[in-house]
Design a protein around this ligand. Structure first.
Ligand SMILES: Cc1cc2nc3c(=O)[nH]c(=O)nc-3n(C[C@H](O)[C@H](O)[C@H](O)COP(=O)(O)OP(=O)(O)OC[C@H]3O[C@@H](n4cnc5c(N)ncnc54)[C@H](O)[C@@H]3O)c2cc1C
Length: 467
């Protein structure tokens, strides 16, 4: 058994892990990364952000060709698609990106161990190699970046054929006839959109009062209307209680405001959230406890209660998002090297890649009310925007929330084409403590979708020009 010495061992090669490894290496540390999936990039690149966005884009293109091109005067007699080709394209993108991360490890002189890492003691990581055999890594510091896994419900255990987690929903071999999605959050709506566009009937069952429960109420109202037009059906305030049948003959039993409902279907996607993953890590060997939700507890510098052991990404508290994981990875390595790290949790955008997209940062109008903050609100619609008209994508709006006294931006909520890209302007604004007036007086190119943001900023001061 070989023994190696490192300044830092990162356990988990997802976004949080590989980014922290790169930053630590840049800062002069001798770094190793341990990942057991067989490829780097974690959930995001392998079974999360990237494959879902690849399928969203393919299904969106198909849907546009079938339903929207005619508005542009483009005639296609018969539009069809090959699911197999879409899946191959998705797999190609994933493989290119995960291969790219492996290249980055080499470029940054990071030693990559393909295997499962666990603590023997606070300075020793045992690696069970995927190909057989063991390695022992002696280290000054360790970052736990082991991510999260989908939550499984006892009455609907994943078989990934008919009862699916998000991973199964990304690789179905044929379009389901009727897909029931349990959970109307981001993943449920994105995957529901993909399969609805490709021809499945999609029914979403959501326990909370609304789909996208954390979003601003205006966003929820608009998105529900748009997705219903796309064919999705919603049962809100509905508790999934039982799954009957087997194979393609399934019945979802649920309770909707006291009434029992039954929905026949051939596939069920359970998308009720994810939980931190710390199995097989040997946390008991070093006496590191997790919180009630199974998350690793850290201080403001991402250090656990054990000196030299840090944690970042989905495995710690906060939104389970790749860009949050990445920022924490960078900041953690910087703190470790004695530098000033920086993660602005107020400025983490939350994005839903449906069409139109949703992107939000900061507080909602309802949160402002609940916190007793007096605000001014400015709203502008894509329906009044020239570029959106040229695109033929006029659904949605920008809503900006600013402090009544100071005009400081507190929240931004966008439903509309390319909302995922547009929100970056506001995120940068948040970094610089921008006011609505700062956005309103900034020149926005014409004609662009971003002019809706400027109009909304003008509307905060009740002086919109084009809306
Ligand atoms: C369908 C889906 C779509 C998503 N879309 C988006 C999106 O569009 N935008 C966004 O920001 N976020 C998205 N997310 C969330 C995003 O994927 C996660 O927030 C992100 O991957 C978290 O990164 P991480 O590095 O903390 O953990 P992970 O990516 O989960 O990586 C942890 C890695 O550690 C490995 N590991 C665990 N234990 C061990 C061990 N003991 N030894 C060795 N290796 C181990 C795991 O195999 C895994 O590869 C999506 C998630 C899903 C499921």
């Amino acid at each position: 058994m070989a023994e190696h010495n490192f300044d830092l061992v990162v356990i988990g090669g997802g976004v949080a892990g590989y980014i922290s490894a790169i930053r630590a290496s840049q800062l002069g540390m001798k770094v190793a990364i341990v990942e057991n999936r067989g490829t780097l990039g974690g959930t995001c690149l392998n079974v999360g952000c990237i494959p879902s966005k690849a399928l969203l884009q393919s299904s969106e293109n198909y849907h546009a060709a079938a339903h929207k091109f005619k508005d542009h005067g483009i005639k296609i007699d018969k539009v069809s698609f090959e699911l197999d080709a879409m899946m191959k394209r998705k797999a190609g993108i994933v493989s290119k990106l995960t291969g790219g991360v492996e290249f980055l490890m080499k470029k940054n002189k990071i030693t990559y161990f393909k295997g499962t890492g666990s603590f023997t003691d606070k300075n020793t990581i045992a690696v069970k190699l995927n190909e057989g055999g063991d390695e022992v890594l002696k280290t000054k510091n360790t970052i736990i970046a082991t991510g999260s896994e989908p939550i499984e419900l006892p009455m609907a255990k994943f078989d990934e054929k008919n009862v699916l987690s998000s991973t199964g929903a990304l690789s179905m071999e044929k379009v389901p006839k009727h897909l029931v999605v349990v959970g109307g959050g981001v993943i449920g709506l994105e995957m529901g959109s993909v399969w609805a566009r490709l021809g499945a009937k999609v029914t979403v069952v959501e326990f909370a009062d609304n789909i996208l429960p954390m979003m601003d109420k205006d966003v929820i109202r608009t998105m529900k209307k748009v997705l219903e037009k796309e064919g999705l059906e919603f049962h809100e305030k509905t508790k999934f209680t039982e799954l009957k049948g087997k194979g393609d003959d399934l019945t979802v039993v649920a309770e909707k405001e006291g009434q029992k409902i039954e929905i026949k279907c051939d596939k069920v996607l359970v998308a009720v959230g994810r939980r931190a993953f710390t199995k097989n890590l040997g946390l008991d060997k070093i006496g590191l406890a997790t919180d009630k939700a199974g998350k690793v507890k850290v201080n403001g510098h991402f250090e656990t209660e054990i000196k030299g052991i840090y944690a970042v990404g989905d495995v710690i508290d906060g939104p389970m998002l790749a860009h949050k994981a990445e920022e924490e990875g960078v900041a953690c390595a910087e703190y470790m090297a004695g530098k000033a790290g920086h993660v602005n949790y107020r400025a983490i955008p939350n994005i839903v890649y449906t069409w139109p997209e949703v992107a939000a940062v900061g507080i909602t109008e309802q949160e402002a009310q609940a916190q007793g903050i007096e605000v001014n609100i400015g709203k502008s619609t894509f329906g009044a925007n020239a570029r959106a008209m040229c695109h033929g994508e006029t659904e949605g709006f920008v809503k900006l929330i600013a402090d009544k006294k100071t005009d400081k931006l507190l929240g931004a909520h966008i439903v509309g084409p390319n909302a995922s890209e547009l929100i970056s302007e506001i995120v940068i604004g948040f970094e610089y403590t921008a006011s609505a007036e700062d956005i309103a007086r900034s020149v926005h190119g014409h004609p662009t979708l971003s002019e809706v943001i400027k109009e909304a900023a003008l509307a905060v001061d009740k002086r919109s020009l084009n809306g």
